[in-house]
Design a protein around this ligand. Structure first.
Ligand code: ZN
Length: 291
C-alpha cells in the first residue's frame, strides 16, 4: 500500500516536470523570475539563438562573412547584493574586465565601434585581422564609474546602448556622464529603445516609436548622430529589423551567439558573452571559434 503511494507521488512529480518542460519548450524560453521581467537579465537567455530560429536565412546562406567579434557586457562591478542572481549572472567583475582589456592589448587587438562595422564590411574602413568590438547594454552607471576609467587606461573603444527613459534613474548613467563619454572619443552611444520593451510582442506602432523616438531624443539631447541599435531582450524578427533600417540606423546588434558578420546580418549582428571567459581563454576563443 505504502509502496504504491510512493510510486504514485513519483509518477505525478515526473509528469509535472515533463509538463513544465514541454510548456517552456513551446514558449521557447526558460522560466522567468519576477526581476527578469524588468529591464535586464533576460537577454543572455537567448544567446544561443541562431538566425534560422528567427526565420532569417540560415547561416550557410550568409554571404562572405568576416570574423569580427562583438563582445557583450552588461554590469562591470562587484555585485554587493549576493541575492541578486540576475545582476550576478550579467556581471563581469572589474578584475576580469581589466584582464580582458589587458589580453586584447597584449595580443595586439584593435577595437572599433559598432558604427564602424558597415564601413569595415564594405571595405571603406580597413580593419586589423585582430579586431574586436566591445558593447555594453542598458547604460548602467557602473559603466561610468568602473568600466570607463579602464577603457581610457587601455585606450580601447566601446559602444554603450542606453535606454532613453532610464537616463538619470538610480543605477543608470545620467546626462552629464553620457556627455562626458561622448566627448572622450572612446565611446559610441547607441540606442536601446525608450524603455526596454520587447519589440517583438509590442504593437507595431509602439515598436516603431520606441526605435525612432529613442534615436531622435538622444540626438536632440547630445548633438551627435545615433548610428547603431541594440534589441532589448534580444527580441527581434524580420518586421522589427525593417523598422530599424527605416529609422536610418546603419547597424544593429543581437544576442545571437557568434563572431562572424556580413552585410546579411548587419541589422542582427552576432555577439559573444565574455562572462564565460577568463582573460586568457578569451583570446584563445576569439582566434579559434569557427562561427
Ligand atoms: Zn538590454
Amino acid at each position: 500500500m505504502k509502496t504504491s503511494k510512493y510510486v504514485m507521488v513519483i509518477g505525478m512529480s515526473a509528469m509535472l516536470c515533463v509538463g513544465l518542460l514541454i510548456y517552456f519548450k513551446i514558449r521557447g524560453q526558460t522560466p522567468l523570475t519576477p526581476s527578469h521581467k524588468l529591464y535586464s537579465g533576460y537577454e543572455d537567455e537567448r544567446i544561443f539563438m541562431r538566425p534560422d530560429d528567427l526565420s532569417f536565412p540560415a547561416t550557410s546562406l550568409i554571404a562572405t562573412p568576416i570574423r569580427l567579434p562583438v563582445i557583450m557586457y552588461h554590469y562591470v562591478e562587484h555585485v554587493k547584493d549576493r541575492g541578486d542572481t540576475t545582476r550576478i549572472k550579467l556581471d563581469t567583475s572589474p578584475e576580469v574586465f581589466e584582464g580582458h582589456l589587458k589580453a586584447l592589448r597584449l595580443a595586439n587587438y584593435e577595437t572599433y565601434f559598432v558604427k564602424d562595422i558597415p564601413e569595415i564590411l564594405s571595405g571603406k574602413k580597413e580593419a586589423s585581422t585582430r579586431s574586436a568590438i566591445l558593447t555594453f547594454d542598458d547604460g548602467y552607471e557602473d559603466f561610468y564609474t568602473v568600466a570607463f576609467p579602464l577603457i581610457k587606461k587601455y585606450h580601447v573603444r566601446a559602444t554603450v546602448y542606453v535606454i532613453y527613459d532610464f537616463i538619470g534613474r538610480h543605477g543608470f548613467l545620467n546626462k552629464k556622464q553620457i556627455a562626458e563619454l561622448i566627448d572622450s572619443g572612446y565611446i559610441e552611444i547607441g540606442s536601446h529603445t525608450l524603455d526596454h520593451i520587447n519589440l517583438k510582442t509590442a504593437k507595431p506602432e509602439i515598436a516603431r516609436k520606441q526605435i525612432r523616438e529613442s534615436k531622435r531624443l538622444l540626438e536632440q539631447d547630445f548633438h551627435f548622430e545615433v548610428k547603431s541599435f541594440a534589441y532589448p531582450l534580444g527580441a527581434l524578427n524580420p518586421p522589427i529589423v525593417e523598422m530599424v533600417k527605416e529609422a536610418s540606423y546603419s547597424a544593429a546588434v543581437s544576442v545571437i551567439s557568434g563572431v562572424m558578420q556580413s552585410d546579411e546580418n548587419l541589422y542582427y549582428l552576432s555577439r559573444i558573452r565574455p562572462g564565460l571567459f577568463m582573460p586568457g581563454t578569451m583570446i584563445e576563443y576569439l582566434e579559434n571559434v569557427q562561427k
